[in-house]
Design a protein. Sequence first.
Length: 225
Amino acid sequence: MECSNCRQPIIRNLTILEYLLPIRSSAELCLDCQRKFQKIPITHCPMCSRSQDSSSVCLDCQAWLRVYPEINLQHTALYQYNQGMKEWMHRFKFLGDIQLAGTFSKDLRKAIIRQKVDIICPIPLAEERKNMRGYNQVEELLKAANIPYQLLLAKNENVSPQSEKSRVERLNMGQPFHLAKEINSDARTILIVDDVYTTGRTILHATSCFWTYPKIKITTLTLAR
């Protein structure tokens, strides 16, 4: 077995289940790589999972509530966006190392299953951007974790990538998404999945696309915050 991040061998005894079911989601990190990534601590903002010293609503979310008093943001993030995660994300998203999709698949799968939702919806890329990169990184994360999903959202064309925007530009960004298809009438819960929560603008825009379905509960999840 090798580390799903640095590819160095991991020497340990496999369990019987790992021998019998060698699935892709069995990826794991070596001890050195585990130290590079920090999980979201117990004390964090209840709305956006921002790491902080208390469990009260953070200043960013208080600002969003003044703009959108009707929102009920219920966001879960798994890891802090520290230097280790930033470097990993750069390799995965911008250097084309698609094999890294399985690095956090165990934790991602557990977190999504725990949500108990009807539909999982990844944040989309513009077609031109997806063709240039060769894949949508969020879809690849879900595939690696063996999580079925539906492409309910599409990204409007001629919208520049988030990575090319400053924080102020992200906060002032217009609606980049639209519904790509009608939602199954039996759906009661939808989980929107993205890779990184930065300002919250992307998540809020995606969530607002479903406000025409008031009976559907929307929650969100990202790998990092």
